[in-house]
Design a protein around this ligand. Structure first.
Ligand SMILES: O=C(O)C1=C[C@@H](OP(=O)(O)O)[C@@H](O)[C@H](O)C1
Ligand SMILES: C=C(OP(=O)(O)O)C(=O)O
Length: 438
């Protein structure tokens, strides 16, 4: 049984927050560094349960990962062909990114492996990765006609590059194919309908792997080795920053400085939508962390107004919709979110969970097949809500309660999946202290 958390309403939020490392980039840093033959130091790594699932899987494949007192990691692999057959079933825990990306990587190895995850992960669709990987010659089978994990993977005789039209905008599917494609005998060409986050492509370039991008297409030639960097510094996660962007926007007289936020354009849909809603956000001190752009964000409270969020922008803010629904509940007028059916296959059915749980606080939210219609400007009341064991739901509900009349959240410890310090930072900020120790 998880833990309940009580959130009290708060006055204004002021101070600054060091945003913890990006989850997507943290996963990829361990996977790529684990294929190198020189050690790679990874700083500002996200020490959260999902990223530790990736570390544990990579360790089981023979990669050594050491942590120093400051939390910096040193990853020492055995080279591009150096992964070893795991002696037991690999456990991806709650992490879709871990299981999907590793399925591509494992399928390209000359050994047998099985990968699975927790009850939520075992309900999430896996055919989307298995279908293109099988076309490449990989041998992967799963439960219920290869729709779900556990997945069993054995050595391929030959790995062919493919030309593939991506049916869903998914960085996880794209990345699984690209990881397998590194080991193929011919180039791979992927066509995306809408660009998904490109951290894999940028991380490949950091490891000396050329990636050609033409419009929404990606062309990758197979390689034989990597040229590993000595050091990767992971930028802060804009998906974690989003909770503070919205908290400070909707709680009057607030001002927060969010330090070290990744502003990769494939991730900044939330900034674009908040700006359309009338938010007061300034992007300052723009710089680079390796191949990823970062900045500090200054957010002040503002009167938000409802907007229509079209399908085209969804991949750029896919994980921010639960907290965006909170912003919309406090905004003037109606917000319509379209083309977000992917939310139904995340840690929980997020469209259903948002309308049900924010509804318990008095929000007027209608679930549609592919989105939400949110009538803003209601005064939300206190309620007992459930996280549905979904980290982003727990954090969104906490911000709703903070801005309204309080909330009690059941099974709130799932924030450990992506932001273990979330409640500590929230407590610091609401008592006037600066948050963000990681
Ligand atoms: O590649 C990644 O790191 C991720 C891609 C997205 O999932 P999909 O690829 O399923 O859209 C996102 O929701 C997830 O949190 C992380
Ligand atoms: C969907 C998420 O992650 P994953 O797919 O890696 O479980 C998320 O972090 O919101």
């Amino acid at each position: 049984m998880g833990q309940n958390i009580q959130i009290q309403p708060t006055g204004n939020l002021t101070g600054s927050v060091n945003i913890p490392g990006d989850k997507s980039i943290s996963h990829r840093s361990i996977m790529l560094a684990g294929l190198a033959n020189t050690p790679v130091k990874v700083t500002n790594f996200l020490h959260a349960a999902d990223c530790w699932s990736t570390i544990n899987c990579m360790r089981a494949l023979g990669v050594s990962v050491d942590q120093d007192k400051e939390g910096a990691l040193t990853v020492t692999g055995n080279g591009f062909y150096g992964l070893r057959e795991p002696k037991n079933i690999l456990d991806a825990g709650n992490s879709g990114t871990t299981i999907r990306l590793l399925t591509g990587l494992l399928g390209a190895q000359p050994f047998f492996s099985i990968i699975t995850g927790d009850a939520s992960l075992r309900k999430r669709p896996m055919a989307r990765v298995i279908t293109p990987l099988i076309q490449m010659g990989l041998h992967i089978v799963g439960r219920e006609q290869s729709r779900y994990a556990p997945l069993a993977i054995h050595a391929a005789e030959q790995i062919r590059g493919i030309e593939y039209d991506m049916p869903v905008a998914s960085a996880q599917v794209k990345s699984a194919i690209l990881l397998a494609a590194l080991y193929a005998s011919s180039p791979t060409v992927l066509h995306e309908t809408m660009p998904s986050r490109d951290h894999t492509e940028r991380m490949f370039e950091t490891f000396g792997i050329p990636v050609k991008r033409v419009g929404n297409s990606i062309i990758l030639e197979p390689v034989k080795q990597l040229q590993a960097p000595e050091h990767i510094n992971v930028p802060g996660d804009i998906s974690s920053a989003a909770f503070w962007l919205i908290a400070a926007s909707i709680i009057p007289n607030s001002q927060l400085v969010l330090h070290n936020v990744g502003i990769n354009p494939t991730r900044t849909g939330i900034l674009d939508i908040l700006q359309q809603m009338g938010a007061d956000i300034t992007v300052t001190n723009e710089r680079w962390s390796g191949r990823e752009p970062v900045a500090d964000l200054v957010v002040r409270s503002a009167k938000l107004k409802g907007v229509t969020v079209e399908a085209e922008i969804i991949p750029r803010l896919i994980d921010e919709i639960p907290i965006l629904a909170v912003a919309a509940s406090f905004a003037q007028g109606q917000t319509i979110i379209k083309g977000a059916e992917e939310l139904r296959v995340k840690e929980t059915d997020r469209l259903k969970a948002i309308s049900l749980e924010l509804g318990k606080m008095g929000a007027r939210i209608t679930e549609t097949a592919d989105g939400l219609i949110i009538d803003g400007s209601q005064s939300l009341h206190a309620a007992l809500c459930h996280s549905h064991d979904d980290h982003r739901m727990a954090m969104a509900l906490a911000i709703a309660g903070l801005a309204a009349r309080g909330v009690e959240i059941e099974e709130a410890d799932c924030v450990k999946i992506s932001y273990p310090d979330f409640f500590a930072v929230l407590a610091d900020l609401s008592s006037g202290l600066t948050g963000g120790k990681q």
